[in-house]
Structures are given as C-alpha cells and as structure tokens.
Design a protein around this ligand. Structure first.
Ligand code: NAI
Ligand code: MG
Length: 359
C-alpha cells in the first residue's frame, strides 16, 4: 500500500526548505523503489490568507489520514497583529493536538566542520550525539486547576499533574530509542521535591526490567542543566517531562550553535508523526535563497526512521548532510571559514549529489 505523506510548507523559509526536502525524499524513494505519495496543504499564515483560518478542515483531514506530516514553519509579521484565533501558530498547536502527539524528539548532533559555531569550547562539543525525548501532552502546561484565585485575583495557580499511563508511554518510547542507539538513558526529574517526579522515577525503575540491555541513570533537572553544558558527551538519550524538556532542549540547541541545523519529530503510539525543523519562518531572509535547508532535511530523515522504519534510507540522508558539510559547503547562518558559501537551492543540489554518489 502507498504510504501517504502530508506536506505543509507553511510560511516564509518554510516553503523554501520544504520544497527541496520533498525533492530529496523523492530521489531516495525512487532509488529504493518505495511507493510513497506527497500531498501538499496550507497551514499558518498562508492558510489564513487563502481560507481565513490557520488550520483549514481539509488540511486537518489530510493530516489525520496520512502516515506522516512534514512541516516547514509558520508565522510572520504580516499576521502578528491578528486576533489569537487567527494567528499562524494556532494552526500548528491545533494540528499537534488533533494528531495526539505525545513524544517530542530533538536530536542534538555536532559536525566536525561546524564545531566553532557553538558558543561552547570545541573540545566540549566535539562528538556530541544525543536525543532529547520530551513529554508533550501533560504536566504544568496543561494543569487543572490553573488561573487566578482570590478576591482580587491575587493568587496565580498552575498545577503539575501526570497520570501513570502518561508517564509509562513516554518512558517506554525513550527506552526503545535508547535500545536502538548507545543503550544509555538519562531520566531527568526533580524527585527530591516533586511527587510527580517520584512517580516518574518509580515507573522508569519498573520499565527498565523490560529493557535489561539499557543502562539507566536518574538526574535532577538542575544538575542536568549544568551537565548539558559541562559535558554534553555524557548523554545518549534523555527523557523528561514537558516543561523540563522544553527548557533543556532549547539549552541543548546551543551545543550545535545553529538553529538552521536542528530537526525535530513529534510522535504518538503508532509512530504517526509530525516532522519539522526547530527554526521558524525567518522573515528576515525569506524569499532570498539564503535559508539553511539541513534542519528540514534531517527532520525528513527522522520521518524515514521513526514513521517508516527505513533506517538505512534515514542514514543515507544523514550521511549525505555530513558529507556536504565536510566538503565545506555552508549557508550564511553557518559562516564556515575557508568553505564555499551556497544558497538554499545549491545546498539541496549538493545533498542530492551526495545521495546519488552513495548509490
Ligand atoms: P526564526 O527561527 O524564524 O529566526 C531566528 C533567526 O535565525 C533569524 O535571524 C533567522 O534568519 C535565522 N534562521 C532561522 N532558521 C534559519 C535557517 N534555516 N537558515 C538560516 N537562518 C535561519 O525565529 P523568529 O525570528 O523568532 O520567528 C520568526 C517567525 O517564525 C515568527 O512569526 C514566529 O512566530 C515563527 N516561528 C515559527 C516556528 C514554527 O513554525 N515551528 C518556531 C519558531 C518561530
Ligand atoms: Mg521552547
């Protein structure tokens, strides 16, 4: 049966990087004689302009019927003054919720030719290859009660709540990822203070019985924030709750030093997923052929790996990216000394060449 991929380019550079990424995926599928279909739909500002809503019915329907969703980025100054329900990001949040995505994955990898792009010392970031697994549907961002209380609304309330099943499903997923990598899992919590963290720890300690080949450690979140910067090479897979993951994944992105390089995936139980680069629509460089497409291409590699179990094909994409960087090609955001500056389109061509040379 043909697998369906929904492509939502979105706004700004989202459109530029999505286009090239689809070209690259088509080349890979053709090479391996896989049967996949790409169907494009509107989201964000583009959808507001055309349909009067950031997440049109037919976009949602397409995504719900697809095996994976590939998304560029949404937003831009044109829609900044819109009322909340007509904001581009509303489309993205609505889509994540409708798809029931609970596991957010952010790999952080450094490349030898880009080590100087990090604000951290070269020797500290050299060789980093970690995966942060963040719970996406529970915790304090979705707490009940939340809001204001008291006669003069002088008390503000947020509630941190997790159910056993919510923790079990994310922890189990993280063990699976660790098993397929270097078999090391760091569970980050605040078990010295929070009851939800104590339950989190119990569940991790129980789940490891199912994964005896994976080595587990527990780390308090404050200590993890330090260790991420002090010795990022210590980590393989990190699993943590929603808010801790939000903060730690932004912190970890600075290990690579370039937003344009970072991919992400959001998954649910059956491995249907939403794949998108971490960066936004970059209105300052949109339409100028300057955007780095590698974050989006690496997101596509994650799609091959996690939604379609095409590990070999995913590695081919990742190796092609590494090869192009090693050859010295760079987009503006990377500023490689002594390399060759290229635009979005040429970078995509270089990746295509690297894939073809590999066959
Ligand atoms: P941004 O990520 O779009 O840009 C931040 C800076 O990084 C800019 O100087 C930009 O030129 C540069 N940059 C980002 N991606 C790049 C790439 N691939 N290649 C080269 N340079 C790159 O974040 P910003 O400026 O805060 O937001 C711009 C718009 O994007 C806003 O409307 C915001 O709401 C939206 N946004 C959307 C996201 C999404 O769709 N997931 C995530 C973050 C922001
Ligand atoms: Mg954040």
């Amino acid at each position: 049966m043909t697998k369906r991929i929904a492509v939502l380019p979105g706004d700004g550079i989202g459109k530029e990087v999505a286009k090239g990424t689809v070209q690259i995926l088509e080349a890979v599928f053709e090479c391996f004689h896989h049967d996949y279909s790409f169907e494009e739909a509107l989201i964000g500002g583009a959808a507001i302009d055309a349909e009067g809503t950031p997440l049109p019915e037919k976009t949602l329907k397409l995504c719900l019927e697809s095996d994976a969703v590939l998304l560029g980025a949404v937003g831009g100054p044109k829609w900044d003054q819109n009322p909340p329900e007509l904001r581009p990001e509303k489309g993205l949040l609505g889509l994540r919720k409708a798809l029931g995505l609970f596991a957010n994955l952010r790999p952080v990898t450094t490349y030898p030719s880009l080590l100087h792009a990090s604000p951290l010392k070269k020797e500290v970031v050299d060789g980093v290859d970690m995966l942060i697994v963040r719970e996406l549907t529970g915790g304090i961002y979705f707490g009940n009660p939340s809001g204001r209380r008291g006669e003069q609304n002088e008390v503000a309330v947020d509630t941190l709540e997790y159910s056993k099943s919510e923790i079990e499903r994310i922890v189990d997923k993280a063990f699976q990822f660790a098993r397929n990598r270097r078999k090391k899992l760091t569970s980050v919590d605040k078990a010295n203070v929070l009851e939800s963290s104590r339950m989190w720890r119990e569940i991790v300690n129980k789940t490891v019985e199912k994964y005896p080949d994976v080595q587990v450690e527990h780390m308090l979140v404050d200590s993890a924030a330090m260790q991420l910067i002090a010795r990022p090479n210590h980590f393989d897979v990190i699993v943590t709750e929603n808010m801790f993951g939000d903060i730690l994944s932004d912190e970890a992105s600075m290990i690579t030093g370039s937003l344009g390089m970072l991919p992400s995936a959001s998954l649910r139980e059956d491995n249907v997923g939403l794949y998108e680069p971490v960066h936004g629509s970059a209105p300052d460089i949109a339409g100028q052929d300057k955007a780095n497409p590698l974050g989006m291409i690496l997101s596509a590699a994650m799609m091959l790996r996690y939604s379609f179990q095409l590990e070999k094909e995913a590695s081919i994409l990742e190796e092609a990216v590494a090869k192009v960087l090693k050859a010295g090609y760079y987009t503006d955001d990377l500023r490689v000394q002594g390399g060759k500056r290229v635009g979005t389109k040429e970078m995509i061509e270089k990746v295509l060449d690297a894939i073809n040379e590999n066959q």
